[in-house]
Design a protein around this ligand. Structure first.
Ligand code: 5GP
Ligand code: ZN
Length: 111
């Protein structure tokens, strides 16, 4: 999508610290990390929120989780522990309206 920040990151129009990429997803470091490890995993296809992901395209979520698992191991938090979360819409705390998964770890997280 033309004006979406994360679409611009995928296209390389805005720089990012890429940690993984394949034909379906792109993953990069969060610019304002809330923990020593804070990665964002996004589908290359633009969905504004989880609500906009059609049931028939839900396989992308399984794929994102595979990437989360791989990156958690690579970044050394698989055993110590990490959190995976998706914020949806305003009261969910969503700021960027391109579906994304946070992978956060490397310190003790509280509820
Ligand atoms: P949300 O609150 O929408 O779930 O999370 C958006 C995340 O994107 C935030 O954690 C924020 O720090 C991150 N972010 C916002 N702008 C940029 C950017 O230009 N580059 C990167 N790498 N992360 C960004
Ligand atoms: Zn987008």
């Amino acid at each position: 999508m033309e004006d979406c920040l994360f679409c611009k990151i995928i296209r390389g129009e805005i720089p990012s610290e890429k940690v993984y990429e394949d034909e379906l997803v792109y993953a990069f470091k969060d610019i304002n990390p809330k923990a020593p490890v804070h990665l964002l995993i996004i589908p290359k296809k633009h969905y504004p929120t989880l609500n906009d992901l059609p049931d028939e395209e839900m396989d992308i979520i399984a794929h994102i989780h595979k990437v989360v698992k791989k990156l958690a191991a690579e970044f050394g938090v698989a055993e110590s522990g990490y959190r995976t979360l998706v914020n949806t819409n305003k009261e969910g705390g969503q700021v960027i309206f391109h579906l994304h998964y946070h992978l956060i770890g490397g310190r003790q997280l509280r509820a």
